[in-house]
Design a protein around this ligand. Structure first.
Ligand SMILES: Cc1ncc(C[n+]2csc(CCOP(=O)(O)OP(=O)(O)O)c2C)c(N)n1
Ligand SMILES: [Mg+2]
Length: 1035
């Protein structure tokens, strides 16, 4: 939101207190359980009440942990409207606020004139505190607490396991607060009548029920086939909403038509697996048997969401049931799916992936809602849960481009296995993005296929939390556990979850408690490890059989109907099988989750357009980047910084921050959306960037110069992320998959930390195009460099990124054509780009090239730390202007007579500036040529050869500050040597030698002295001088 050129940052809507929010609290925060981070502090008046009220309440006999929360809510309700609670509570709270001590606050309620209430309070006397009436009211309070206890803990004894062996929360005991005896009640009280409190809907229109009926209704709602976990929510309105959705009488009933739809979906789900098992008995397919209800469940979520306005759903899911989802949810043609079981040759690019990892994107009419809907299943690796943040990023980007800021139309569905959901840390990292303004997707719907096993491991040995879904409690998700043998209960839960998401725009979890009929895959023997469970499974009927019997008994369908439906689907499968036999090739393209239909059509794949920037645009960007609007209270230090930026332009020598700003600013002005995300990226870890300026006098008033360049510019999103690499990098990758006409960048705090996101790097970024022919132009900025900051602040491990390049390390120069298209061809063929730039102009061109390239490639860029302010790491304006471009190699420019050169030293990154200074120190400026390899991969063979050829007599040396088993050495060595061995240019046949640190286990020393010694050693080896000649040298 812009106001007078100033960006006012808004808190996310979910952080704003809802209409019903606690005004104060009766208790201390710990008494309340988890405090809501967005609740405002109570006023001093309320606080005074709290302490006295808290102590008297706490000492009441009937108080316990969960009832205290209940009373807390009653109190809040009473504060808003004293008539909203039972008269007994009204009297009680009045007395508490008047300062009555424990045991004194309770008072028998006045006799109510309403006939119904009189019924209950017949035996009570009005104001006198006769023992009998006190007991009666006390019993009412107890019953209210009992109701509250069922709402809170009923799920703990719900009948959730279709096998009837385990308790889904791993605890077979009955919580004492669910027993009448806990309250001093007994069976003798069952026929007494009680007035229902306002915090329950079990009565429907009835206000009074017998205790027997109350308990029966509570049991059937909270302890039957659905376990509802929602009392951990800290928002009263949300709790009320859920209560209503489950407690109101008959709320879960389905119509006959709905039952039939459900039945048909169960047929599809069940018979699909059966068919595959029959045709390919020895193929792994990770079938859904034991959780066939997953298909109707997802469809119910999609139907309901679609009717509530969603028109794009992005699904992330693991192996289990994936083929079934592709067939029966996405409606990927069955013959295309079945052809994956053949051993046909792929007809297009890519190395492909196993069939249960593939993605799809399909748009079709949703029959139930009669609205079009796009459904994408994102391709994923075996690495469980890794796809979660990718899906979220994709959803965020889709909504961003569609202007769907509140995600009314774009939504994520994530599926999980029970073991993975509770075991993998990325789940929590992804949840933690939920409420962050630049990352929220306004609620995802999670479905857990909780088959109560992970490969061979029993849940009792794979998690420490009661439920596999407990991670969701941290971010305030309601959690609906449901026994899959009651498919109608599953449908209800799915509808409620979809409505919840629509209403509150927050995540929700559906825990499908099920079983796995076969082994981990169909070829595995489960009896080795789970003998008792599998004996039970053998005797358990598939849900289709159970439901078929049910609908016949209920008269919803007859035998003939059932038979017809089964035959119909059987025929569909047979026809598809026949068609699949006619398929002669498979196409990786059929499995793209993010097709960029028009992007490639318009472009020449062998032409890399220019990346220069017109001078007036450049001047405008620097002007804007160096100023703030009138009245903005800028920090004094930043005033100097901004002035300095302007001065650098005047001096024709601009620094890294301007190089970056020119790249972003020019792209934005050309209509390209730029997103830069990562830890502390707004200021920049090393304080060089300052893209978000903070007013020193007004909270949350910020100014983002690059978002104020021009009316028609594209949006610039620069956002500090949560302290996560795995989820945030995954998120940005997902974001980059949506629109190729954007520049999406993730920056690590230090490159060293990027390895906590290794799975995203290995499984998605480096290999995504090869496995799934999916391109991404994502840039990773990884601060890197040996500056004595120790083993965890020195190296982004460039060797690893280089090792993952798909390029051959052997070049036959006699056969290669180093012509005008060589660069483009290499870029086209590479899986990613690895670069280490040394000048502001070069980083600017590299970033711009990401967008001007006719295809998309991820870029891994080692970025500087001290170089950000190094007086030599500057660029003249001319290096940015039209005609200039990214320099893959920056040659030596200061040597006029190449024949004097005895050594030509190749290096990459910041070490270049150390070498320049040391070379000067030892007076070897005419004998040692220094060439910078700015793009390591794809390796610039053509330019390297040119550089070697310039100095045919010189020794070739590779200098690096990383240890010998690290850095680029092992990558460049075979490339140099094969190039020189096969070249016919002067100086061919030379081999390159190494100058740098010795091999090491640790990336860098933690000792400053050792660091300087090593650095000197490296410089002396590189320049071929004694170490002593570098005495007094300081880089
Ligand atoms: C990150 C990761 N670690 C290990 C594995 C190997 N693995 C494949 S499936 C599986 C068990 C998964 O259990 P669960 O999440 O409950 O799903 P289920 O197979 O029961 O549907 C394991 C350990 C993996 N795929 N990913
Ligand atoms: Mg499992």
């Amino acid at each position: 939101m812009y106001r007078a050129g100033v960006l006012y940052r808004l808190a996310s809507p979910s952080r704003v207190a809802g209409p019903i929010r606690a005004r104060g609290s009766l208790s201390s925060v710990s008494w309340m359980g988890r405090s809501s981070r967005d609740s405002s502090l109570p006023s001093p008046l309320i606080r005074r009440h709290q302490s006295s009220a808290a102590s008297s309440v706490k000492h009441e006999q009937f108080m316990n942990g969960s009832s205290s929360i209940y009373i807390e809510q009653m109190y809040q309700s009473w504060q808003r409207d004293p008539t909203s609670v039972h008269v007994s509570w009204d009297a009680y709270f009045k007395n508490v606020e008047a300062g009555c001590g424990p045991g004194q606050a309770f008072q028998a309620p006045p006799l109510n004139s309403s006939p119904s209430l009189r019924l209950v309070t017949e035996t009570m006397t009005a104001v006198t505190s006769s023992k009998e009436s006190i007991n009666n009211v006390a019993d009412h309070l107890k019953v209210q607490l009992l109701i509250r206890s069922y709402q809170t803990r009923g799920h703990n004894i719900a009948d959730l396991d279709p096998l009837g062996i385990n308790s889904a929360d791993l605890d077979d005991t009955v919580p004492p607060e669910l027993e009448l005896a806990f309250y001093g009640l007994s069976d003798a009280d069952l026929d007494r009548q009680f007035l229902l409190p306002p915090t329950t809907y079990i009565g429907g229109d009835e206000k009074i029920l017998t205790l027997r009926e109350i308990v029966n209704r509570l049991k059937s709602i909270y302890c039957n086939k659905t376990g509802i976990e929602y009392m951990h929510l800290t928002n009263f309105e949300q709790q009320e909403w859920i209560r209503k959705k489950f407690e109101a009488p008959k709320v879960t009933e389905l119509s006959h038509d709905q039952k039939k739809v459900l039945f048909k979906r169960l047929i599809r789900s069940t018979k699909f697996e059966e068919f595959l098992a029959k045709k390919w008995p020895s193929e792994k397919r990770f079938g859904l048997e034991g959780c066939e209800v997953l298909i109707p469940a997802i469809k119910q979520v999609i139907d309901t969401s679609s009717s509530l306005g969603v028109d794009s759903v992005v699904i992330g899911m693991p192996h289990r049931g994936r083929l079934n989802v592709l067939a029966n949810v996405c409606r990927q043609p069955l013959s295309t799916i079945l052809s994956q079981f053949s051993t046909l040759e792929p007809a297009d690019e890519g190395s492909g992936d196993v069939k249960y990892h593939l993605g799809v994107c399909i748009e079709r009419l949703n029959r139930q809602s009669q609205r079009n809907i796009k459904i994408a299943v994102v391709a994923n690796p075996s690495h469980l849960e890794a796809v979660d943040p990718v899906v979220m990023g994709k959803v965020r980007a889709e909504a961003f481009y569609a202007g769907d800021n509140k995600h009314d139309r774009t939504m994520a569905i994530l599926m999980h296995g029970d073991a993975a959901f509770s075991g993998q840390g990325v789940v929590m990292e992804t949840f933690n993005l939920d409420d962050l303004p630049s990352y929220t997707t306004h609620g995802a719907i999670h479905l857990v296929v909780n088959n109560q096993i992970g490969f061979t491991t029993d849940p009792r040995f794979s998690r420490s939390s009661p439920y596999c879904t407990d991670v969701g409690r941290v971010v305030g998700c309601p959690i609906f556990h449901v026994n899959v043998d009651d498919p109608e209960a599953v449908m209800h839960v799915c509808s409620v979850a979809s409505e919840w998401r629509k209403t509150f725009k927050r995540d929700v979890i559906i825990d499908l408690v099920c079983y796995r009929r076969h082994g981990h895959n169909e070829l595995d023997e489960p009896m080795f490890t789970q003998p008792l469970m599998y004996q039970k499974i053998k005797g358990t009927k598939p849900v289709l059989d159970i439901y078929q019997k049910q609908i016949i008994q209920e008269g919803v369908a007859n035998e003939q109907y059932v038979k017809d439906e089964l035959t119909k689907y059987g025929q569909i499968m047979e026809d598809a099988y026949e068609n699949a036999q006619k398929v002669t090739f498979v196409r990786n393209r059929d499995w793209l989750d993010s097709p960029w239909d028009d992007f490639f059509k318009k472009r020449d794949p062998l032409k890399i357009p220019s990346t220069g920037i017109e001078e007036d645009k450049l001047t405008h960007i620097i002007d804007k980047f160096s100023s703030v609007p009138e009245g903005f209270a800028l920090h004094r230090g930043l005033e100097r910084t901004l002035k300095g930026r302007k001065q650098m332009q005047a001096d024709d020598s601009v620094d890294w921050s301007i190089g970056e700003a020119l790249a972003f600013g020019s792209l934005l002005m050309e209509g390209t959306h730029v997103r830069l995300s990562g830890q502390d990226v707004e200021r920049g870890t090393f304080s060089h960037r300052h893209h978000v300026l903070h007013d020193q006098k007004e909270d949350i008033k910020v100014y983002n110069p690059l978002n104020n360049l021009a009316e028609s510019q594209a949006a610039y999103t620069v956002c500090n992320s949560s302290l996560s690499e795995y989820a945030v990098l995954g998120f940005e990758l997902g974001y980059s998959m949506v629109d190729p006409n954007s520049l999406v960048i993730w920056e690590a705090q230090f490159g060293d930390f990027s390895n906590t996101a290794q799975c995203i790097i290995d499984q998605f970024i480096s290999s995504g195009q090869s496995k799934w022919i999916r391109q991404s132009g994502l840039v990773m900025l990884l601060p890197h460099g040996y500056e004595g900051m120790g083993p965890e602040h020195s190296s982004c491990r460039p060797e690893r990124f280089l090792q993952m390049c798909n390029e051959d390390d052997m070049m036959d120069a006699s056969k290669a054509a180093f012509d005008g298209t060589f660069e483009a061809q290499q870029l086209h063929d590479t899986n990613w780009i690895v670069a280490n730039c040394t000048t502001p102009a070069n980083i600017c061109h590299l970033l711009r090239r990401q967008v001007t390239m006719p295809f998309r490639k991820p870029s891994v860029v080692m970025t500087p730390k001290s170089l950000l302010r190094h007086p030599l790491a500057r660029s003249p304006i001319s290096d940015f202007l039209p005609g200039s471009k990214f320099q893959r190699v920056i040659p030596e420019k200061n040597i006029s007579n190449p024949s004097n050169v005895q050594r030509v030293v190749f290096c990459t990154g910041k070490v270049y500036y150390d070498l320049v200074a040391a070379r000067k120190h030892v007076g070897k400026e005419n004998e040692v040529a220094l060439a910078r390899v700015e793009q390591l991969a794809p390796f610039p063979y053509d330019l390297v050869l040119e550089e070697c050829t310039k100095y045919p007599q010189a020794e070739l040396v590779w200098a690096q500050e990383e240890h010998k088993n690290m850095g680029a050495w092992t990558f460049v060595q075979p490339r140099f040597n094969s190039l020189m061995a096969t070249s016919s240019q002067p100086g061919s046949g030379r081999v390159i030698s190494y100058a740098g640190r010795l091999p090491s286990a640790s990336p860098a020393t933690g000792n400053k002295y050792t660091h300087y010694q090593e650095q000197k050693e490296m410089l002396s080896k590189t320049l071929d001088v004694a170490k002593s000649s570098l005495e007094g040298f300081k880089a």
